[in-house]
Design a protein around this ligand. Structure first.
Ligand SMILES: [Zn+2]
Length: 133
């Protein structure tokens, strides 16, 4: 737990999940959008930043056995469609569990994890993944 909270403190704010809420129809989008795809011009100037809590549930999932090179050390891995509490449905990797432990409807929460590391430059890329609650 100490490791995780330290990581959070060091995480730049751009790694927090931020979406947009349309002030016209109240729909929330993640990633954020400039214009609501439903309201079009009625949403111009009405899109408001909204923090995405990161809680959601699994709508469907698939276990990927053929991993691209960057993921070699973590195969097989689980990719799921997650419906966020705020409404958006996004694709994400489910980590810290095994396929037998999850199901459709399993509650999950987003975490920020290392996605890939550029060996030459030492640049580490972070992104969101999900863990079961
Ligand atoms: Zn809208």
């Amino acid at each position: 737990m100490g490791e995780l909270s330290r990581m959070w403190r060091e995480m730049p704010s751009r790694y927090r999940m931020q979406g947009d809420r349309c002030g016209n129809c109240d729909q929330v989008y993640f990633p954020p959008r400039e214009i609501c795809p439903v309201c079009h011009r009625d949403s111009i100037g009405k899109m408001k930043d909204v923090d995405i809590d990161g809680a959601g549930e699994i709508l469907s999932f698939t276990v990927v056995h053929e991993a691209p090179p960057a993921f070699l050390r973590q195969k097989p891995y689980i990719i799921a469609l997650v419906k966020l509490k705020e409404g958006p449905v996004i694709t994400g990797q489910i980590v810290d569990t095994v396929p037998e432990e999850i199901d459709i409807g399993t509650k999950v929460r987003s975490v920020f994890r290392k996605i890939s590391e550029d060996g030459k430059s030492g640049v580490i890329h972070y992104g969101y993944k999900f863990v079961p609650e």
